[in-house]
Every structure is written in structure tokens, then in C-alpha cells.
Design a protein around this ligand. Structure first.
Ligand code: ADP
Length: 634
């Protein structure tokens, strides 16, 4: 590599490396900042999701606690608070008899040990539409595990199955009250005597209920209930353990209805498992088992899944979501598009998830912009290095060409000068035989012509380069000019051993605006080249042709020499360029002739090109615009 190229490359790399390093550092710092920011936003999303999940958990736990505290008796159609009956009031309908006041609950139910489904809604035989719907739901196949939880004797007999007995007593009391209203004296008397047992409540674990079931004389209704017990036991939210006295009343009564005066019968104590969520396929149920003396009823509420997933979740999100992190609700199986997804509630709604969209990051375009700038910078630097390398190579080539030119010119000058000097000295000293004199004079003339052509070419190129030469374009017949020039060169051609030039000119004058001196320089240079390079094929002679093609006059100079290789056909018009060919190694030349031809042709508004002559040899074409065509100002 030349020192110039090395310097250029070092300069390029010296500028490029720190520039790219800076740009890369900028990009990396920005990427790091963005990734930290993204991490921070992700953490914020996780917090927002946990906040919502906690709110959902708390809301469902609050519902569970409320239902857990609900007295046993509410699940029958007829409610029998002893104090109310004792006071003779006919308030006997369960508070649950209407539509549930919590929109998340669609219906309450009770499963008796005998497999009967009870609801607080049934009044008439056959049941209300709501009761029929609940019974159908609870009797459905998905609820089989729930039905398996009730146990005990199918027969209703006194304390054997208190759950049923108490409800029936409630029914009887209500019937009596109704009959008494209708004037049935016996019923009225019975009503006065009704004293329902005061139950007490034990909140117990499943172990307790199961051991009671085992002790019971009656075998479990369904052996397959065992695994279900265990499954539920694991899910169960265990409430406060132990004995919880409860009289089933709704709170302290006003003074005038004080209960102290009402004689109470000591009632049995019931065992309750804590209310817990149970998923049965698509449905969600809140349920507990109430047991006594080897019989167990299942009580609970069927949740309205549509409302849970709809209104309740919407309200929850509206109340608890952070404005900058508001999720949508999506199926857990379809959260691919979410930046973060968390199940709404692991137990009750595991199939629904809070789906958070990607949090906004600083304008996304900036990264693209930076990458673009970096790539652009890289491109510019690469292009600059390539351009510098090319310029360095070109400058190397030019300097090599100039060196070659200097040595070629010196050589070109030395040869004719030596001939001239030697011939002149020999003539001076009278050493030339008289019969050799014509040859000597001819040589002297030939060499001085060669010398002056060389000098003319060098001067012409220098003038053109410096813009000192202005072509004097005048309209004239190009054909006539060419004929004159070829005639002038006839002797020169002949001397080189070539037959006379074959001239093919149009019959009509070809008018172009031309500088006759420049035209002569063009044609003489082309003929000189043909004589030089086609010397081995001199017998085939040279041909000069002028033709009108479209709006141009095309001058062709053809020989049968080696021709110009296709790869070099354009470059031969560069200054100092010579085709690197073994056979031309000793052919004198400076690489200026064709460069001058092209520049002069362009000065006429035309151009010069090299081609292959059909049948072998070189063809050099020079085009001149016809006088009528537009001429480029010179
Ligand atoms: P030079 O002084 O070397 O002749 P030119 O500019 O006139 O310089 O020509 C450039 C190169 O083109 C020559 O060195 C030669 O290799 C090639 N060339 C020009 N004319 C011909 C031709 N008629 N036949 C073959 N090669 C040619």
C-alpha cells in the first residue's frame, strides 16, 4: 500500500472510530436507560396487579364472611325466630325469600340429607320459577360433588335429622299461624304453645363433621364423597374455630319485645363447617355443611358468574385500578397480547385475568431515530473511507501515470532529437554520400514533424486543462476538411509502408461548426495511432469514413491492427492511460493522444468512442453535431 493510501486510511479510521464509538456509546446508554425504565414500569404494573388482586380477594372474602355469618334457618322458606313467633307476629318468611340483594349471588339453596333441594323461594306446590331454576341447577350433573357432601338418614325423624326437622317445624308453625288467622281456634291454641328449640352454633372443622358422620349409625349416603371432602378441605378458608353461640336472631330487640319473658327450650347444638368457595365446572358456589346427629345438609349460594365477570369486575377495576395502569379483563388462556397478566382470583375466577397493556415508554421513535442516525453515520463514514481510498488510489494512479508520462515524453523527445543532431552533424562534416542525401533530408523532416506533434499535443492538453484554449467554431464542410487532411498525411502514410488511405466520404457536403485546427489534431492523432499500433497489418491499410447518422456527422478511422480490448475502450480516453500490452511495450507514446481527441470532440458538442472494427482491428469514432443541431457552447 502506498504511503498516500496508508495516510488516507489512517485519517479515515482516525475520524471514523471515535465518531462511531461515540454514537455507539450514546445508543447503548439510551438502550440501558430504556431497559431500566421498562423494568421500572413492569414493577409498577406488578404492583398495580397485586393491588387489584388484593381488592378482588378482599371483596370475595367479605362476601364469604357475610354468608358464613348467615343463620341456619334463613335457608328455609319459613323463618322462625322464636321471639317473633312467641310475640304472635306472623313474620315467618325467610329474609332470603326475595331476590338476593347482592348482585353477585343468583340464588340460595339447601341440600337435605335425603337429597332434596330446598330454596327459600318455594311457596306453592311445584315451586316458584326461581325455585324451579335453582333446583334444576343444583340437581345438574356438575353439582354432583356438592350433592355428595350432604349425608345422613334419608328418613326425617326428630333429632335424627335436625336440619330437616327444624324447617318442617317452621312450616308447621307458619301453617298454624295462617290457620289461626282464618279463625281456626285449635290452630290458634297450637300457635300459642309453639316453642321452637333454641339452637346453638359450633363452627367446626371438616374433621369434626367427618368423624360425626363416621360415628353415625347410618352409613354415608355416598362413599364417593370422601375425595370431595378432602378437596374442599384443602381449598377451604377456615374461619374462627370452636364454639360460637348463636341464637339465630337478628340483633337486640327493642325493650317492649324483650325476650327474657319468653320461655326458651334448650335446643340442640349444630355444627357448621365454614362457608367456602367451590368451583364446579363453570359455576362457582359458596357452600357449607351444617350437621347434627349424623346428618348433614349443604347450604349455600350459587354465584352469578356473568355478573362476577362483568359488573363486579368492571366496578372493581374502576375503583381500584391506577389511572396509568388500567387493565382489561381477558381469558387466562388468551393473554398473549398483554404486557402483564395476572389471574383475577386464584380460587374463584382463575380463568379470567387482569390484562395490562404495555405501559407507554418515552417516544418510541427516538430509538429508531438513533439507530437510523447510527446507521447513517456508519454509512457516511464507510462512504467517506471508500471515497478517500478511491481518491488515494486515483492519486496513486495519476502520479504513476505522470511518472510514466515524464519518462515517455523524455524518451519521445530524445529519439527525434538524437536523430536530428546526428544527421545535422553528419551533414555538417560532409559525411553523407550524395545519393543518401534525400533519405537524410526525409528523416530530418519526419523526426521534426514527430517532435512538433508531440510538443503540440502536450501543449494542447495543457491549454485545455487550464482553460486557455477556446475553439473557434465556424460552419464548414467537414468532408472537405477530412479529404485535405488525409491528402496532407499521404506521404507520411506511405513512408510508414501503408497503402494509400481508403477514404469513404459522402457526396454531399457535411456542414458542421468546427475548428479546423482541432479537426486536424483529431484526425492526425487517430491516423498516427493507426500507423503505430497496426504496423504489423499495414498491408490491410487504413480506412477513413465520414457518414451522417441522424443529426450527427460520424468520423470513423479504422485499421486491422490488434484493436483495443473491450475493458480498455473507455479508459484509453483518460490522460496518460496506455493499454498494458506486451506487443506495445516498445511502441512510443505518451497516453495523451486519445484524451486530446475526446476533449476536442466534446469541445465541438460531440464525443469520441472506441469500438471494434467488424472483421478485426480498431475503430475510433468521433461524432460532430451537424450545424443545424444544437451546439454546446465552448
Ligand atoms: P499513446 O500515446 O500511447 O498512443 P493514446 O492516447 O493515443 O496514447 O492512446 C491510448 C492507448 O490506446 C494506446 O496506448 C494504445 O494502447 C491504445 N490505442 C490507441 N489507438 C489504438 C489503435 N488504433 N489500435 C490499438 N490500440 C490503440
Amino acid at each position: 500500500m502506498s504511503p498516500a493510501r496508508r495516510r488516507t486510511l489512517a485519517l479515515g479510521l482516525g475520524v471514523a472510530a471515535p465518531t462511531l464509538a461515540l454514537a455507539l456509546g450514546w445508543l447503548l446508554a439510551d438502550l440501558r436507560e430504556r431497559s431500566m425504565l421498562a423494568e421500572q414500569r413492569h414493577d409498577e404494573l406488578v404492583q398495580a396487579a397485586e393491588l387489584l388482586r388484593a381488592a378482588a380477594r378482599e371483596s370475595l372474602e367479605e362476601l364469604r364472611r357475610r354468608e358464613d355469618a348467615r343463620p341456619f334457618e334463613h335457608y328455609g322458606r319459613f323463618y322462625r325466630p322464636p321471639e317473633v313467633l312467641a310475640l304472635g307476629e306472623a313474620v315467618a318468611l325467610s329474609p332470603l325469600a326475595g331476590a338476593p340483594d347482592d348482585p353477585r349471588i343468583s340464588a340460595y339453596f339447601q341440600l337435605d340429607p335425603d337429597g332434596r333441594v330446598r330454596t327459600p323461594y318455594a311457596t306453592e306446590p311445584g315451586g316458584s320459577p326461581r325455585a324451579v331454576a335453582v333446583e334444576a341447577t343444583v340437581a345438574g350433573p356438575e353439582f354432583a360433588p356438592l350433592r355428595a357432601l350432604s349425608f345422613g338418614s334419608g328418613a326425617v325423624a326428630g333429632d335424627q335429622s335436625l336440619t330437616v326437622a327444624l324447617n318442617d317445624m317452621g312450616n308447621a308453625a307458619y301453617r298454624d299461624l295462617a290457620d289461626a288467622r282464618r279463625g281456626d281456634a285449635l290452630a290458634a291454641e297450637r300457635t300459642q304453645k309453639v316453642r321452637l328449640p333454641q339452637t346453638s352454633r359450633n363452627l367446626v372443622t371438616w374433621d369434626t363433621i367427618q368423624s360425626q358422620q363416621a360415628q353415625s349409625a347410618t352409613p354415608p349416603q355416598q362413599a364417593s364423597a370422601e375425595p370431595v371432602f378432602e378437596a374442599i378441605q384443602q381449598q377451604r378458608v377456615v374461619g374462627p374455630q370452636g364454639h360460637v353461640p348463636s341464637d339465630g336472631s337478628q340483633g337486640p330487640l327493642p325493650k317492649e319485645h324483650a325476650l327474657e319473658d319468653i320461655p326458651q327450650e334448650a335446643g340442640p347444638s349444630l355444627d357448621y363447617s365454614p362457608m367456602a368457595y367451590l368451583r364446579l365446572g363453570e359455576a362457582v358456589v359458596l357452600q357449607r355443611v351444617v350437621s347434627h346427629a349424623g346428618a348433614g345438609s349443604v347450604q349455600g349460594a350459587v354465584l352469578d358468574r356473568g355478573r362476577l365477570a362483568g359488573e363486579w369486575l368492571t366496578a372493581l377495576v374502576a375503583r381500584h385500578a391506577l389511572p396509568e395502569a388500567t387493565p382489561t379483563i381477558a381469558a387466562t388462556s388468551a393473554t398473549g397480547a398483554c404486557a402483564l397478566a395476572r389471574p383475577v382470583h386464584d380460587e374463584v375466577l382463575p380463568d379470567l385475568a387482569f390484562c395490562f397493556p404495555a405501559p407507554p415508554l418515552p417516544p418510541g421513535g427516538s430509538l429508531v431515530l438513533q439507530l437510523g442516525v447510527l446507521l447513517g453515520l456508519g454509512g457516511v463514514v464507510a462512504a467517506a473511507i471508500v471515497a478517500l481510498a478511491r481518491a488515494a488510489r486515483r492519486s496513486d494512479e495519476l502520479s504513476a501515470q505522470k511518472t510514466a508520462f515524464v519518462s515517455a515524453v523524455s524518451h519521445e523527445l530524445r529519439t527525434p532529437l538524437t536523430t536530428l543532431r546526428m544527421h545535422a552533424e553528419m551533414l555538417q562534416e560532409g559525411l553523407v554520400a550524395p545519393e543518401r542525401l534525400p533519405v537524410f533530408y526525409d528523416d530530418l523532416a519526419h523526426e521534426s514533424v514527430r517532435l512538433s506533434r508531440l510538443v503540440e499535443n502536450v501543449l494542447a492538453v495543457a491549454q485545455l486543462e487550464e482553460g486557455r484554449r477556446v475553439l473557434q467554431l465556424r460552419p464548414g464542410d467537414l468532408a472537405a476538411q477530412i479529404r485535405d487532411i488525409v491528402d496532407d498525411q499521404a506521404r507520411h502514410v506511405e513512408r510508414r509502408g501503408f497503402p494509400p488511405v481508403e477514404l469513404a466520404l459522402p457526396d454531399e457536403p457535411v456542414t458542421v461548426r468546427s475548428d479546423p485546427q482541432a479537426v486536424e489534431q483529431i484526425l492526425v492523432n487517430l491516423l498516427d495511432n493507426a500507423l503505430k499500433y497496426a504496423a504489423d497489418a499495414r498491408a490491410a491499410g487504413l480506412r477513413v469514413e465520414l457518414a451522417v447518422v441522424a443529426d450527427q456527422a460520424v468520423l470513423r478511422v479504422q485499421d486491422r491492427g490488434p484493436g483495443i480490448p473491450e475493458a480498455d475502450r473507455d479508459r484509453v480516453f483518460d490522460r496518460f492511460y496506455r493499454v498494458a500490452r506486451e506487443r506495445d511495450a516498445h511502441t512510443p507514446g505518451t497516453g495523451l493522444g486519445l484524451a486530446l481527441v475526446r476533449e476536442l470532440a466534446r469541445g465541438h458538442g460531440g464525443d469520441a468512442v472506441a469500438a471494434a472494427r467488424p472483421g478485426g482491428g480498431a475503430e475510433l469514432q468521433v461524432r460532430f453535431p451537424l450545424a443545424s443541431a444544437a451546439v454546446r457552447p465552448t
